[in-house]
Design a protein around this ligand. Structure first.
Ligand SMILES: NC(=O)c1ccc[n+]([C@@H]2O[C@H](COP(=O)([O-])OP(=O)(O)OC[C@H]3O[C@@H](n4cnc5c(N)ncnc54)[C@H](OP(=O)(O)O)[C@@H]3O)[C@@H](O)[C@H]2O)c1
Length: 213
C-alpha cells in the first residue's frame, strides 16, 4: 500500500489524510508547526504521522498539495527536487487572492496560467493532477449526495491520472478527465462558481455533476 505525504495541514489536508488512512494508507501531514495536529494524530491512530514539509515529501509515494494557494509555489520550490521526482501530486489548491470576494465572486491571483501550470513548471519532473479543488472539505470523502458527484481532473501524465482516478472513485466520485495541465485553469475557475452560493446565501452543501444523455 502506497504511503501518502500531505503538504498542507488545514481542513483539506486533515480530511484527505483521514480518507487515505480509512483506506489503509500510512499518511504523513507536513506543516511548519506539528503541535497543532496532535488531536488529528491521536484521532487517526498508528498510520497518522506528522513531519515538516521536507520530511513529508520524502515520506510519500504519492503526495497531496493542500496549502493556501498563495503559499504553494514557494513551498514546492523549497523542496528537494529529488523528493518530488517521478511522483504523483494531487493538487487540491486554488489560487485565491487575499482580496475579498465581490458579489460572492472570488478573486484569483493567477491570470493566463493556472496555479497548477505554474507549479508544474517549478517541478517539471513531478506529475501534478488537479483534483479535489471543486468540492468543500466536508464532502471530499464518500459524501452522501442524491447521486454520485463528478470530480474533474487534469494533468500531463496519463499514469498519474489513472492512479488518482482510482483514489477518487474509492472516495465516492465519478472521474472526468479533462486532459492536460492546460485544462487545470478551467477546473480552478470552477472553484469560484462553487463558492458563489456559499458567499451569497451561506450554502456550501452542493457538488458538480456532469449529466450525460
Ligand atoms: N477549505 C475547503 O473546503 C477547500 C476545498 C477545496 C479546495 N481548497 C483549497 O485547498 C487548499 C487548502 O485549504 P484549507 O482550507 O485546508 O487550508 P488553508 O487555510 O487555505 O491553508 C492552510 C495551509 O497552508 C499553509 N500556509 C499558509 N500560509 C503559508 C505560508 N505563508 N507559507 C507556507 N505555508 C503556508 C499552512 O501551513 P502550516 O501548516 O505550515 O501552517 C497550512 O498547511 C487551499 O488552496 C484551498 O483553496 C479548500
Amino acid at each position: 500500500m502506497k504511503t501518502v505525504g500531505i503538504l498542507g495541514s488545514g481542513i483539506v489536508g486533515q480530511t484527505l489524510g483521514e480518507g487515505f488512512i480509512k483506506y489503509g494508507h500510512k499518511v504523513m501531514i507536513g506543516t511548519r508547526d506539528t503541535s497543532k495536529l496532535s488531536e488529528w494524530q491521536a484521532k487517526n491512530g498508528q498510520n497518522a504521522h506528522l513531519g515538516n514539509t521536507s520530511e513529508t515529501a520524502i515520506f510519500g509515494d504519492i503526495l497531496v498539495l493542500a496549502t493556501k494557494g498563495t503559499a504553494a509555489k514557494e513551498l514546492i520550490a523549497s523542496l528537494d527536487a529529488k523528493s518530488l521526482e517521478g511522483k504523483t501530486i494531487i493538487d487540491a489548491t486554488n489560487p485565491i487572492a487575499d482580496e475579498a470576494p465581490e458579489d460572492g465572486v472570488l478573486k484569483f491571483f493567477t491570470k493566463e496560467k493556472s496555479l497548477m501550470e505554474i507549479l508544474q513548471e517549478v517541478a517539471p519532473k513531478t506529475n501534478f493532477v488537479k483534483a479535489f479543488n471543486t468540492i468543500g472539505s466536508g464532502f471530499m470523502v464518500n459524501p452522501s449526495f442524491e447521486s454520485k458527484p463528478t470530480m474533474f481532473i487534469a494533468g500531463n501524465s496519463e499514469d498519474s491520472k489513472k492512479e488518482v482516478g482510482e483514489i477518487i472513485e474509492k472516495f465516492g466520485f465519478e472521474v472526468e478527465d479533462m486532459g492536460t495541465a492546460k485544462a487545470s485553469n478551467v477546473i480552478e475557475q470552477l472553484c469560484i462558481l462553487w463558492c458563489i452560493p456559499g458567499f451569497r446565501e451561506n450554502k456550501w452543501n452542493h457538488a458538480f455533476k456532469l449529466m450525460k444523455a
